[in-house]
Design a protein around this ligand. Structure first.
Ligand SMILES: [Zn+2]
Length: 236
């Protein structure tokens, strides 16, 4: 292949099909059916790897191919340890029976930690939110993962979330406050509203996260909603 041909191959994944003599015999090199009807270029094992990688969030078929190639090239350093880590995670990681987070232990390390403040429950939508709050290291209470937020559009109803378990935990002796740490989206705030109503009968404080100007945020870059919320929640 000429230098320019190689460069083209590098830039555009399918260009080699049109250039390759193997595919050009009998059909016009620009015949699109060649590309559509091509046979898999890799073995079934590799195709399966690509197919599974493409199901990961943020990865399409093209980036899945790149990731698969990257893994296969780094067999010892990356592929084998990743396969081992995936196997271990599949075998050991489970949902914590108390908070709904993910951990290799049940109850999870947070629920089992005697130093955590059991009078405060922080309600989040997803496990990723627990990780984000733990990274910040600002909360020393316990969590409750709902498993999503209510959504008319996606058909998520109250019974699809861990709301019953939350009400049970909130009613336990010693719980003083439930913090609703849900997204400032329509669905997040609808969920917070429904939870506030259901928790109202218990003798506990129900609070929400403050909304407003983020740390280091420039006013001119904020959306109208954030700016309005920040203005409404102004303090002396
Ligand atoms: Zn837990």
């Amino acid at each position: 292949m000429s230098r320019s041909g190689r460069a083209l191959f590098k830039q555009r994944g399918t260009a080699h099909l049109a250039l390759s003599p193997r595919f050009s015999g009998g059909s016009k090199p620009w015949d699109i059916s060649i590309i559509r009807n091509r046979t898999p270029t890799a073995s079934p094992e590799i195709e399966r790897l690509i197919e599974l990688l493409a199901k990961l969030p943020g990865l399409g078929p093209r980036s899945a191919r790149r990731a698969a190639l990257h893994l296969l090239k780094r067999r010892e350093a990356l592929l084998a340890p990743l396969a081992e880590a995936l196997g271990e995670a599949a075998a050991k990681v489970a949902i914590c029976g108390q908070c709904g987070s993910l951990d290799a232990a049940n109850p999870c390390v947070i629920c089992a930690d005697p130093r955590r403040d059991r009078t405060m429950l922080c309600v989040v939508a997803e496990v990723g939110d627990v990780w984000a709050l733990e990274r910040a290291g600002a909360f020393r209470g316990c969590y409750h993962v709902l498993g999503g937020v209510l959504s008319a559009l996606d058909g998520v109803r109250p019974e699809d979330l861990r709301i019953g378990a939350l009400l049970e935990r909130a009613a336990e002796v010693g719980v003083r406050e439930v913090i609703l740490a849900l997204a400032a989206t329509v669905d997040g705030q609808t969920t917070a509203h429904v939870l506030s109503e259901r928790l109202a009968g218990l003798n506990i404080a129900v609070t929400r996260l403050a909304q407003g100007v983020p740390m280091g945020g420039e006013l001119e870059h904020l959306d109208d909603g954030t700016l309005l919320a920040a203005l409404a929640a102004r303090r002396a």
